[in-house]
Design a protein around this ligand. Structure first.
Ligand code: HEC
Ligand code: HEC
Length: 315
């Protein structure tokens, strides 16, 4: 019995020794994490930048600063991989290379990642406690980014002028069009504030998302999960026309869609009235009430966000 116990001990020791040798051995395997020069660093407000530096720059800039425990293998290989992938999708040291619209889109994405707890990477936070975002940090980011999104986009005037011009060509509506689910067309949306614009290369449309006064106030007060009753969000799509210089302008009006918040009246459709009106004749979309299910299903990925894609700020 005694000899068996000893030989087991020896085996354990030998295995441990092998592990130690392997552990030391892999320390020599060191993929490079170069820090290329910072060419066009992020230039937002100082408090916003400080948050990114504290929590994101290790993986999303050319100023990666590793702690000693990051340099111990096998952690080091994982960190090197994170930095490489992180910089590919978002590099604050090359921020200035992005077109203004792309910067906005990135910030929007950042807000999404941060408010859902996807970023900073949770396994990184386990060791880098100081990178954890406080509630105040998140509020600072929300405030800054929400402010940018509500700001009127440069070509708003052009878009509105075009929209009015087109609207003038249409016969005056004798009565308000209504969908089969009883959702009415909401007149006057073109004079509301713009929440955001999106540009879909896949189907060559330009979209503008407007909010009525209640919706805009809710954004400012950060009370959009759920959105208050009375909030209306409109999404308008035009064909996109690209000129020789690559500038885009709006072509023919395609449709306007509404999400009208009324938690009582529209309780059966997630608290929203869903309406789509096509062409300048505002033809209500949907022969049967099933069409609303189509809207809801496609908006389901943002169910936690009261079914709204735009500005998904979590409380
Ligand atoms: C430990 C490294 C690490 C830290 C710290 C980190 N990220 Fe990331 N991030 C990644 C990696 C890796 C990816 C690539 C996709 C993935 O793995 O999810 C990524 C992807 C992203 C993306 C998507 C980029 C794209 O379009 O591909 C955004 C946005 C983002 N991170 C924002 C942030 C923000 C904001 C912070 C700080 C609050 C942050 N990240 C902190 C590693 C990190
Ligand atoms: C194929 C998927 C899909 C379907 C179907 C769909 N939506 Fe959307 N909707 C989106 C996406 C994605 C956005 C985000 C903005 C963008 O990309 O244009 C959006 C945005 C909106 C917005 C602006 C508010 C927000 O969520 O950002 C409204 C209003 C809207 N949709 C109404 C409707 C209505 C009404 C229907 C049904 C008649 C509908 N949608 C059907 C995908 C869809």
């Amino acid at each position: 019995m005694k000899t068996q116990g000893q030989s087991l001990k020896k085996k354990v020791l030998a295995a441990f020794a092998i592990l130690c040798i392997l552990f030391i051995g892999i320390q020599f395997y060191r993929p490079e994490i170069p820090n290329p020069p910072v060419v066009a660093d992020f230039t937002g407000p100082a408090n916003v930048k400080a948050i990114f530096e504290k929590s994101c720059y290790d993986c999303h800039s050319n100023k990666t600063e590793l702690k000693w425990f990051d340099k111990v293998q096998p952690a080091y290989t994982l960190v090197a991989q994170d930095v490489k992938e992180g910089r590919t999708g978002l590099n604050f040291s090359e921020w200035g290379k992005l077109a203004p619209g792309d910067q906005k889109a990135k910030l929007f994405e950042i807000l999404n990642q941060v408010t859902t707890g996807t970023m900073p990477l949770p396994n990184y936070l386990a060791l880098h406690h100081s990178a954890k975002l406080s509630k105040e940090d998140v509020a600072v980011l929300q405030h800054y980014i929400a402010g940018l999104m509500v700001e009127k986009v440069e070509d708003t005037a052009m878009i509105n002028a075009r929209s009015r011009q087109q609207a003038a060509k249409v016969n005056k509506m004798t009565k308000v069009p209504v969908t089969v689910t009883g959702v009415p067309y909401v007149d006057g949306y073109a004079s509301w504030d713009i929440i955001s614009t999106t540009d879909r290369a896949d189907n060559n449309t330009m979209r503008v998302i407007y909010g009525n006064a209640i919706a805009i106030k809710a954004i400012h007060d950060n009370k959009i999960n759920p959105w208050p009753d009375g909030a209306v969000i409109a999404k308008v799509a035009w064909d996109k026309i690209q000129d020789k210089e690559g500038n885009s302008t709006t072509g023919a009006f395609k449709q306007v869609e509404f999400m009208i918040k009324d938690s009582g009246k529209y309780a059966g459709t997630k608290g929203w009235g869903w309406g789509r009106f096509k062409t300048l004749n505002r033809e209500p979309y949907g022969k049967t009430t099933d069409y609303a299910t189509e809207c809801i299903n496609c908006h389901r990925p943002v169910a936690n966000n009261d079914f709204v894609f735009t500005l998904p700020i979590k409380q």
